[in-house]
Design a binder for this molecule. Sequence first.
Ligand code: 13P
Length: 308
Amino acid sequence: MAKKIFETIEEEIIALKKERNAVLMAHNYQRGEIQDIADFTGDSLKLAQEAAKTKADVILFCGVHFMAETASIICPDKKVIVPDFDAGCSLANMVSPEDILNWKKDHPNGVVVCYINSPAIVKTVSDYCCTSSNAVKIVNHIPADKEILFVPDFFLGTYAKRQTGRNIRVWTGYCPSHALITAERIQEMKAEHPQAEFIMHPECGCLTKSMHLADGVLSTEGMLRYARESKAPEFIVATEVGILHRMQEDNPEKKFYPASDQSVCKYMKMNTLEKIVLALERLEPEVKVSPEVAKRARVCIDRMLAIS
Ligand code: 13P
C-alpha cells in the first residue's frame, strides 16, 4: 500500500501516535517543537506520575535515558521507546552501586536517597528515590535519627540538607549544564534587571552562593508554575534553556532572561521530530529494564510516588 503523504511532520506524528496507541511525554528541556506536540510535558516527577496512569500501549519518552528507564520500571507491561537511545545523562553516571554499598558497609543503618537522575542499577541499592520537586519532602519523611547518603547530585543534596538540617552525606556528582550558571553572572543580571524575580533549579552549580538571592528554588515544573502565578514582569531563569519555550508561550506579556544561554543539555537536544517518526514507525529503540533489576529498583520509586 502506498505510504500516506502528510503536509507536516507534526501531522505524521499525530497519525502514527494514534495508530500505535502511543502517548508522547516530553521533559521541559526538550526542543520547543517536541514540547508542542507532546501529550504531556513536565518535570521528572510529573512525567513519572503520568506514565504510571497511562492507558496507552506505547510510551514514547522524549527526555533522557533514566526517565525512560523509570517509565519502563513503573509500567512493565508497556513498550517504552525513545527517539535516540544515546540520549543519556552525565550526572546519572556519577555514582555506582559499589560506591553506595561501600558507604553502607560503614553505615549499616544509614538510608540512601537517590535522585531520579540515576541508572536503574543504582536504584536497586537505594532506599528512597526523589526528584528535584520532592527531595526535601522525602528527606523529612525519613526518621530523624537516621544518617542519610544522598546521591548523585551534590547541589540538590546540599539544598535538601540545608532545608531539613538533617545529617546528610552528599555525593559530589553534578550536572555539567547547570555547572555553567555562575554566581557572578547572577549578580550582574540582578543589577541589569532590578525588577526581575530570580528563580533557580536546585541542580545549579552556584546554588550555595546564590540561593539566598532566589525568589524560588524549584523544579522545572515549579519554575513554570511560579512564572505563571507571579505578578512580576521579568524573570531571571537559572536552569537549562529548554524551559524558556513553554515559559514564554504561557506568559507572552512577561520577559524571561536565561541565567546562562550556554546551559544547554546536548543529550536532551539529541531528540528530534524526525527521530520521533522513525521510533513510532519501528517501535524502537526500546528501553527495557530486566525484570530482576526492575523489581528491586521499583521499591525506592514506589516509596517516592506514595509520599509525593
Ligand atoms: P526536574 O525534571 O525535576 O525539574 O529536573 C530537571 C532534570 O534533572 C532533568 O535532568
